[in-house]
Design a protein around this ligand. Sequence first.
Ligand code: FAD
Length: 281
Amino acid sequence: MHTPMFSLEVFPPKRNAPVGTIYDTLDGLEGLEPDFISVTYGHGTHTDRTATARIANTIRNEYGIPAVAHLTALYSDRNKVDEALDMFEQAGVQAVLALRGDYIEGEEPVGVFEHASDLVAYIRERKPEIKVFGACYPEGHYQSSSLDEDIVNLKTKVDAGVTHLISQLFYDNDDFYRFLDKAHAAGIDVPIEAGIMPVRGAKSVRRMAERNASRIPDHLAVMLDRWEGDAEAMRAAGIAYASEQITDLVAHGVDGIHLYSMNHPATTRRIWRNVQPLFSE
Ligand code: FAD
């Protein structure tokens, strides 16, 4: 029986946040020993392009945990990508998660990298020694007309050189199993980690579901209605929900779990305490 991977995701603190914030997050995760921690990348023209590399460097060199750096493509030209890749290389990142990014209203994309697969191919050419990861969407990407069409595009991205996929969040494991069947049938044979986002509040779940065109299953909708307005109860229910999702996914033999820890180490620790025995050899 194989041991599934377990990875976490953090984001760079906002510009005006105290510098120590990320240390609080990383200290809070101490002892979890994930396979890697990935660091998100801001998108748009006005983002701080050094933040991801700095935090990846801290994760790798101060905490001794492998780091994966996200990189978005739409608002970057080749020079900006080169600069980011050099910074990632110096930080000793294990891999780059190559993303297209979202279109921002009122900001014109640069026009060099239209799809994530363009960025994947470019990184493979510029830095063949760096591994390239990609994103995937169990319910289909919101701009695709169908899951089948999205999977055709996903296969192109994998063929461009992606060695590992991390999924968008989802709340119904059956959606993930259906996606896995279709991805395997399409010849996608790289490891696929299931993305799990712990529920913390009803509003944020509904907002994200709308933005990503993802489904809120009936039993989750009942939970959101029941504890909306009671933050502590909602957090406890969210921890139980994520733990159950992970338990079922691991029982089904998935390649790994990517927990969107979102700089909330206390929630992450409680989930980890519930599921840790499922990840031992
Ligand atoms: P793509 O793979 O390019 O796909 C986008 C759409 O284009 C899909 O509908 C796809 O079917 C279609 N498509 C792809 N290739 C082709 C083609 N050749 N021809 C026609 N259509 C095509 N955003 C950030 O800004 N920063 C982050 O750090 C970040 N991290 C993320 C991490 C994960 C695990 C996930 C799942 C998403 C993340 N995102 C992040 C969000 C991501 O940028 C958006 O979901 C974005 O809309 C799509 O990015 P992608 O890399 O999946 O794009």
